[in-house]
Design a protein around this ligand. Structure first.
Ligand SMILES: CC(C)(COP(=O)(O)OP(=O)(O)OC[C@H]1O[C@@H](n2cnc3c(N)ncnc32)[C@H](O)[C@@H]1OP(=O)(O)O)[C@@H](O)C(=O)NCCC(=O)NCCS
Length: 185
């Protein structure tokens, strides 16, 4: 798994490499998160602009626990999707997915490409369902996950707070890994 690498083509013809995060990606990943807006990062649980957080990630890669899939163009990281797994307990068949695409690469099909790849990886890991948590107002995220075969299962009103402290609704989307209905194009 660690050595796997795939090539994808975006809508504008740009070629991207999809591969797992490596230890030597530290500076590239820091650079990626420095360029992402606060709004696009509000769902993450760690301060990804803190070099210590990135150091911890790249020094403790365990692909069976968290699979960080990055998209690279000409040596620059332009997208990052993570698949979070547990080996025991009643959620051991579930995976959680998070995805961020650099602003200048959004709307080109990269988010869809990354999520589709994560769903394929989830099938290889033997997972049955994937879960994504999305702010109700993140319309492009809702569309992207829907396109990749996820559907909204629950809305928790007033549950989360954005970067300004404003409360918002959280949508939980779920994808049936084996029986999903992926839209092409
Ligand atoms: C969600 C996100 C990853 C989507 O990435 P992306 O590369 O722009 O996605 P795609 O180009 O594959 O777009 C997929 C669909 O989203 C919708 N979409 C994309 N950009 C959009 C925009 N600016 N406005 C409205 N809808 C948009 C479209 O329906 C699009 O499908 P189409 O191309 O067939 O029309 C990106 O917007 C992002 O990083 N957002 C911030 C992080 C986030 O909210 N993550 C979700 C929480 S896990």
């Amino acid at each position: 798994m660690a050595s796997y690498e795939k090539e994808g083509v975006l809508k504008d013809g740009t070629r991207v490499i999809l591969r797992p995060l490596r230890k030597d990606d530290r500076d590239r990943l820091l650079d990626f998160f420095q360029r992402v807006s606060d709004q696009d990062l509000m769902f993450l649980r760690s301060d990804v602009r803190d070099p210590a957080v990135i150091d911890d990630w790249v020094n403790n890669i365990d692909l069976r626990k968290v699979f960080p899939l990055i998209a690279e163009v000409n040596g620059r990281i332009v997208g990052d999707a993570t698949l979070h797994m547990r080996r025991v307990g009643w959620k051991r068949h579930l995976g959680n997915v998070r995805v961020v695409v650099a602003r200048d690469y959004q709307g080109k099909g990269l988010g869809t490409l990354l999520i589709n790849e994560i769903v394929d990886l989830a099938a290889e890991f033997g997972l049955e369902k994937l879960v994504a948590e999305i702010h109700l107002l993140s319309t492009s995220a809702l569309s992207t996950f829907k396109k990749a075969g996820f559907s909204a299962k629950a809305v928790f009103e007033d549950l989360v707070k954005d970067q300004t402290g404003q409360s918002g609704d959280l949508v939980v989307m779920v994808c049936d890994v084996l029986g999903r209905d992926r839209k092409v194009g």
